[in-house]
Design a protein around this ligand. Structure first.
Ligand SMILES: *Cc1c(COP(=O)(O)O)cnc(C)c1O
Length: 391
């Protein structure tokens, strides 16, 4: 019946016909439900990667699937030159869910695109070109986003990047004070650095950054592409610190797995005119319908509260793991990092053998980003597997 080549052959095909920018694991995933993934041989895995922080609602949440199916049969594409019912409703629903002031939106198709939009909007608003970002920060791999990203391995082959970008140590307000001046268009920060090793910001640093930006005429851009949508135990991670950024960036989980990025803008974003930015697929009805269903599920299933409770439990379990390999366990909600004294890669492979898929965050950190719907039983199995491999 099955005419497709299976397993190894599929992997060989991807290997042969891809450009080679991804380090791939020898695993072919073909199906998902909740926090469980299945490979082509029918083996189940507990998913602590969630498609790199995308599947916050779990894989193939029935309400997202239904919204996509319904909208796909009605209208898939509708460029922003026209109005659309799904888009209009999504925008007003987003405005109601975000802090007051963040009520105008640019819709695009990925996190990096949201960052690009944010950087352009900051230039347009301020007439300045400087960007201040954080060491270990990650904002994506298109040229503007890459310029704000810190990791040299990502940046160096592609120089020259944007000019006027400075990186300061994260959580160092003095360094930020020294870097932000009358040429700074924007300060770009994550509330918890994701790719950079799961490092939560200190509230005083973020609040100080916001004050500095206001005093010195720069915009504060908070990149919540990874921390948004309930991941950290609040719907938006800015809520932990009462932040009111000028631009909030969303992506990853926002449309339940369908590609979407959003730049949410406050009143200090000004000067944008027709033609200044745009996107063919941005705001398409399919992604908008998926995002609306995602926001409804986040609310109805109280997934942020679930992330807070499950994350606190997980952190406590991991902090008491008796392993001399562990340097530190840290995190916020269901965004958890286990920093090792050695390379994380062999332990990720060992976890996979035991049926747990986890992520790295830099060379020595094991990162757990499970779907927020993951059960306590599944989390307990994850802890048991970690206990075993880190023993
Ligand atoms: C993943 C990520 C991005 C980039 O998103 P893409 O959809 O991969 O372009 C940007 N910022 C943060 C914080 C991210 O985690």
């Amino acid at each position: 019946m099955n005419t497709l080549p299976l397993g190894d052959e599929l992997q060989a095909l991807e290997g042969r016909y891809s450009v080679g920018v991804y380090a791939k694991r020898p695993l072919t995933i073909v199906r998902g439900a909740g926090a469980t993934l299945w490979d082509d041989r029918g083996r189940a895995y507990i998913d602590c990667a969630a498609g790199q922080g995308v599947a916050n609602l779990g894989h193939c949440h029935p309400r997202v699937v239904a919204a996509i199916q319904e909208q796909a049969a009605r209208l898939i594409t509708c460029q922003e030159a026209f109005h659309n019912d799904q888009r209009a409703r999504l925008l007003s629903e987003l405005a109601a869910l975000l802090p007051a002031g963040l009520e105008r939106f640019f819709l695009c198709n990925s996190g990096a695109e949201a960052v690009e939009a944010g950087l352009k909007f900051a230039r347009a608003s301020t007439g300045r070109s400087g960007i201040v970002a954080a060491m270990r920060g990650f904002h994506g791999r298109t040229f503007g986003a890459l310029s704000a990203t810190w990791e040299a391995h990502y940046r160096e082959p592609f120089q020259p990047l944007l000019p006027d970008v400075r990186h300061v140590p994260y959580n160092n307000l003095e360094a930020l004070e020294a870097a932000v001046d009358h040429t700074t268009a924007a300060v770009v920060l994550e509330v918890v650095q994701g790719e950079g090793g799961v490092r939560p910001a200190q509230g005083a640093f973020l609040v100080g950054a916001q004050r500095l930006c206001r005093e010195r005429g720069a915009l504060l851009i908070i990149d919540e592409v990874q921390t948004g949508c309930g991941r950290t135990g609040r719907l938006w991670a800015i809520e932990h610190h009462g932040l009111e950024p000028d631009i909030l960036l969303l992506g990853k989980a926002i449309a339940g797995g369908v590609p979407m990025g959003i730049a949410a803008c406050g009143p200090r974003v000004q000067g944008l005119q027709p033609g200044h930015h745009g996107s063919t697929f941005g705001g398409n009805p399919l992604a908008c319908a998926a995002a609306r269903a995602t926001l409804q599920v986040l609310r109805d299933e109280r997934l942020a509260e679930q992330a807070a409770a499950k994350g606190a439990w997980l952190l406590e379990q991991l902090q008491t793991l008796p392993s001399r390999r562990i340097r530190e366990v840290r995190g916020l909600g269901l965004m958890v990092g286990i920093e090792l004294r050695e390379r994380a890669q062999p332990f990720l492979a060992a976890l996979q053998e035991r049926g747990v898929i986890a992520l790295p965050a830099g060379p020595t950190v094991i990162r757990l980003l499970p779907p927020l719907v993951i059960s306590r039983e599944q989390l307990a199995l994850v802890v048991a597997a970690l206990r075993e491999v880190l023993a």
